[in-house]
Design a protein around this ligand. Structure first.
Ligand code: MG
Length: 462
């Protein structure tokens, strides 16, 4: 049986895997998974091919007897909130998230508003590869696609506004720069900012499938111009979304990009400090790729950090099955404000960051300075999966005297440093992350792991 799903949904290049023919077949497969008579919410981001893929997918769904509701171009978290709170049986988002411009893809959402667990993906793959088609009677083919764009956006934005202290935020007269990545973040984040009484500068907030501003992943390279604009614009805060706006990278007033594990720790600490959300377990779910400073910082506030394998779907599904949490986050900028909805959410993260600034009366750079300071090195080596596994074992052995977290590769935790070594889920490489209080030590640890790998695990190559 072939596989379609990766870490988060199905992704492919438009015109290659991502064609209307594929989407039609996928519509049949997902329709069979949800079952005849189900009410399914469908939406897309601004990527190329989105309209054609949505229409073909809707046809496949309808041919399986599904009642299709369409919410046009909205962020993934808006669709996810809509599925749960407007009572749909499931949802489908046409997006390739942070992938480069030429990609598109499909995320499948369960009735709880969260991506289906990885264990259920083979059910859809099975229907897809068997070319499933149900025998439908004409009486089942009488439903048209219903447009629900406005009610879905309204329900979502209203809940975000209700999560924060609007008066307090408006009083501070904050200025914000938002980079929408030329995609669906533009539909909701500026709306939220306007409702919060915040002055904002929008960058790349025209919906454009050619992504003229930048590639959708919010990293240092793609955000180079945005970071310069932040420094020149004199704003209190900036945020940059990815293609489907489930991520919001926070940038401080000096133009420094703050990675999601750092901002996640700060936001979690703030949420706990307000005392506003009682009844949620004092736990934060994150991936092993997040810095150990998260644990160091949050332990002092009484929050237990629960480490997970890399991948937001796994993090959320673990969180939900283990009794919930106050937050979840990833180093790539996906923060989950659980009291709103337990998924990564760019607009909610933006509103929460503004609430944090208004509540504390501090600048973003001052809040950042409260965190323990670690210097990071992120590198990789080419490795087959066997070589990468050997690398993980070699690090376990070489650092056997230290605390080790072994749920995804191995993370070695020392007093003033940590090391993570893990095979990539998508490429033939082994990732090496090191952090230390001293930059030279972070570099030296990365070199040490590389040398260990070359000496013990590198097979002969032509
Ligand atoms: Mg995304």
């Amino acid at each position: 049986m072939g596989r379609l799903f990766g870490t988060d949904g199905v992704r492919g290049i438009v015109g290659d895997l991502m064609t209307p023919t594929f989407a039609l077949r996928m519509g049949h497969a997902i329709g069979a998974y949800f079952g005849k008579g189900s009410r399914v919410l469908l939406a897309r981001d601004a990527r190329a091919g989105g309209d054609a893929l949505a229409r073909a997918l809707a046809s496949g769904l309808m041919a399986e007897g599904i009642k299709v509701y369409y919410a046009g171009m909205i962020p993934t978290p808006t669709l996810q909130f809509g599925v749960k709170h407007l009572g749909f049986d499931g949802g489908i988002m046409i997006t390739a998230s942070h992938n480069p411009r030429e990609y598109n893809g499909v995320k499948v959402i369960k009735s709880d508003g969260v991506e289906i667990p990885h264990e259920e993906e083979p059910i859809i793959e099975d229907y897809y590869f068997k070319n499933h088609e149900v025998n439908l009677d004409w009486r089942s083919m009488v439903y048209d696609v219903q447009d629900v764009t406005q009610p879905v956006i309204e329900a979502y934005v209203n809940d975000i506004l209700n999560q924060v202290d609007r008066d307090l935020i408006a009083k501070r007269e904050l200025k914000v720069l938002v980079d929408c990545a030329n995609s669906v973040g533009a539909v909701t984040t500026p709306l939220v900012l306007r409702e919060l009484g915040v002055k904002y500068i929008s960058v790349n907030c025209n919906l454009d499938p050619s992504f003229p501003g930048r590639n959708p992943e919010p990293n240092e390279d793609n955000l180079a111009i945005t970071l310069r604009l932040v420094r020149e614009a004199g704003v209190d805060l900036a945020v940059a979304h990815d293609g489907d706006a489930d991520r919001a990278i926070i940038i401080d007033e000096s133009g420094r990009l703050i990675w999601g594990d750092r901002s996640g720790a700060l936001l979690t600490g703030f949420v706990v400090d307000t005392g506003r959300w009682k009844g949620y377990p004092l736990k934060a779910y994150t991936a092993v790729s997040s810095s150990q400073l998260v644990e160091e910082y949050l332990a002092k506030l009484g929050v237990k950090v629960v480490w997970n394998p890399v991948g937001s779907v796994t993090i959320i599904r673990n969180m939900l099955s283990q009794g919930g949490a106050i937050s979840g986050f990833e180093d790539n900028g996906g923060y989950m404000h659980v009291p709103h909805h337990p998924v990564r959410d760019g607009a909610m993260t933006t509103a929460l960051a503004l609430y944090m600034l208004a509540y504390t009366g501090k600048r973003m750079s001052e809040l950042y300075a409260q965190l323990p300071q670690y210097y990071a090195v992120k590198t990789k080596v080419e490795a087959t999966s066997e070589e990468a596994e050997c690398g993980v074992e070699a690090v376990k052995e070489a650092f056997s005297g230290y605390r080790q977290i072994t749920i995804d590769g191995v993370k070695v935790v020392g007093d003033d440093f940590w090391i993570l070594v893990r095979p990539s889920g998508t490429e033939p490489i082994m990732r090496i992350y090191t952090e230390a209080r001293d930059p030279a030590k972070a570099q030296q640890l990365a070199e040490q792991v590389k040398q260990l790998f070359e000496a013990k695990c590198r097979r002969g190559r032509a």
